[in-house]
Design a binder for this molecule. Sequence first.
Ligand SMILES: Cc1ncc(COP(=O)(O)OP(=O)(O)O)c(N)n1
Ligand code: TZP
Ligand code: MG
Length: 219
Amino acid sequence: MIDLREALRVYFIMGSTNCVKNPADVLSEAISGGITLFQFREKGEGAFTGSEKYALAHKLQTICREHHIPFIVNDDIELAVAIDADGVHIGQEDETVKTVRAKIGADKILGVSVHSTEEALTAIRDGANYFGIGPVFPTKTKADAKPSRGTTLIEKLRKDGCETPIVGIGGITIENAASVIEAGADGVSVITAISKADSPLEAARALRNSVILKGMVES
Ligand SMILES: Cc1ncc(COP(=O)(O)OP(=O)(O)O)c(N)n1
Ligand SMILES: Cc1ncsc1CCOP(=O)(O)O
Ligand SMILES: [Mg+2]
């Protein structure tokens, strides 16, 4: 059984539309740099569907397995079940937390995007294992993202005694990652900061150093 809080430290999210280079190479480099969790998010203009999407998922999952990095699928529960992914991530506009938990079973990781205390309480009740909270900072990656709200909700949930693992998401960079941990998150999830970096390896390494050093100071 994995330690979820540890796994969430440097959470890399990516699909083919986020990459300039070959996605398998980007993922391999990111793993060498020290990412701790991976989410396959095949979305946006030009994204693969059907058998091409399945093939890419399988290729990236194989790389993750070789390196013992848990593999999470975004949105597509049928794909996650078909390839026996380690978990799924869903938002408030996706299938309900209850339905998804029933489909994937008790042992899989279920991440849920939440934007309020009410959504967080419902997600916990229905079987969420961690929260994705954001956009923390402005992002160009998700066209339908809500306006960025800084770390206010992360801080509020912690102040109110919430112990569920949390990752911040949206516009997170090497420079601002530590502030998200300082607010109470267990980790950071990033797309652009690694997928579009000249060196995904160096970007992942710098993010890891920043998050892990800050985590040591906070605990
Ligand atoms: C870790 C993490 N947090 C939040 C999200 C966003 O999920 P959602 O709101 O469902 O938006 P899409 O990613 O599906 O466009 C995430 N994917 N991962
Ligand atoms: C999927 C998602 N959910 C909220 S913001 C976001 C996009 C994050 O991408 P980036 O790290 O490039 O800002
Ligand atoms: Mg979603």
